[in-house]
Ligand binder design. Structure first.
Ligand code: ATP
Length: 235
């Protein structure tokens, strides 16, 4: 298992100023897997993604990606190794068109998808290519945010609550797209509150509580563990 893991996080601590938020958090993701981080609000899921991508600089422990130790690396260097981050707030440039939003981030590694490949995955975006960011629906913005990191050549995608605030029909569409990305060989870490959505996509679920991973549940046995999961999530 170890030799195939694309991302391995061990003993990760992270701070916002004086506030110590992650406490020895660990998990791993094998090449080609979809793994979720599940947990209550404030458990530390977003912070984990921000520490991995290096936006949060106050971090200690070990983060290995594709054989590189990246705990001391800059966010630029981490992105160039092939990790893409899609934040919960999506970060679409409102005054730019869909095409401009897609073309703005540089292609940093070989293997980035072409606009045609992106439009094959997101047909809605092809129709909206000249629309301004402000004119897009929440679902279209989310698709654009994911599409944008595919162009850079990232092969590990960190997606923070892509279903947040979206209608069920759009959530289904995003689910199909994530499934297709997995089929194409992308590796995905998904932060989710919506575990029904997560259950349709993920190979494994890591439960995050108070800055630690406290449990791991294989998706294949999720049904048998649903009471336990409810207790963790407080639903
Ligand atoms: P949510 O779904 O609410 O985003 P989460 O599991 O992603 O939950 P985090 O956002 O990682 O949780 O937050 C973990 C802890 O860190 C919380 O106690 C939160 O209040 C704190 N925190 C988050 N961002 C900051 C910040 N910029 N400065 C200080 N504390 C922060």
């Amino acid at each position: 298992v170890a030799s195939h893991s694309l991302l391995r996080v061990e003993g990760l601590d992270a701070w916002y100023g004086e506030s110590h938020v992650l406490h020895g958090l660990g998990f791993e993701v094998r090449d080609g897997e979809v793994v979720t981080l599940l947990g209550r609000n404030g458990a530390g899921k977003t912070t984990t993604l921000r520490a991995i991508i290096g936006i949060l600089r106050q971090r200690e422990g070990s983060i290995q990606f594709a054989g590189h130790e990246i705990i001391r690396a800059s966010s630029d260097a981490i992105a160039r190794l092939g990790i893409g981050y899609c934040p919960e707030e999506r970060g679409i440039f409102a005054s730019l068109s869909v095409r401009e939003n897609l073309l703005l981030p540089p292609v940093i590694r070989p293997g980035g998808l072409s606009l045609d490949q992106i439009f094959a995955l997101f047909p809605n975006l092809r129709e909206r290519v000249d629309s301004q960011g402000t004119k897009l629906s929440g679902g279209e913005q989310q698709m654009l945010a994911i599409a944008r990191i595919l162009r850079t050549g990232a092969r590990l995608l960190l997606l923070d609550e892509p279903t947040e605030g979206l209608a069920p029909v759009i959530i289904k569409q995003i689910g199909r797209t994530i499934h297709e990305l997995k089929r194409q060989g992308f590796t995905i870490v998904l932060v989710e509150q919506n575990f029904r959505f997560a259950a349709q996509l993920a190979d494994r679920h890591y439960i995050v509580e108070q800055g630690r991973v406290v449990d791991m549940i294989e998706n294949a046995v999720l049904d048998r563990n649903i009471d336990k999961l409810h207790a963790y999530l407080g639903v």
